[in-house]
Write a protein that binds this ligand. Structure first.
Ligand code: ZN
Length: 90
């Protein structure tokens, strides 16, 4: 019993550590972006309503609501991040 309790504690602690170590870079994969807002990361984005894909460049706006309309609010989700740094820059 004691063993399993301490194992759970370690598991919970590692979950918290994992959550706290989420950097902004990782959060971009979890965020759903609204139409017309500024693109944070260049790449390919997918509409959460119809799966249409668009390429967006950093600092450009996402397609405005009137260009891509759904009954529910359209959201864009990052599926491919453009590697703008390339190899050798790590
Ligand atoms: Zn759509």
């Amino acid at each position: 019993m004691a063993f399993s309790i301490s194992t759970n504690r370690i598991f919970i602690k590692s979950l918290i550590t994992c959550y706290n170590s989420l950097t902004d870079e990782k959060k971009i994969w979890l965020t759903k972006y609204s139409p017309g807002t500024t693109v944070q990361v260049s790449g390919i984005y997918k509409c959460t309503e119809c799966n249409k894909e668009v390429t967006c460049n950093k600092d450009d706006p996402f397609p405005p609501p009137k260009d891509h309309e759904h009954i529910k609010e359209t959201k864009w989700k990052l599926i491919v991040e453009a590697d703008t740094k390339g190899k050798g820059s790590y």
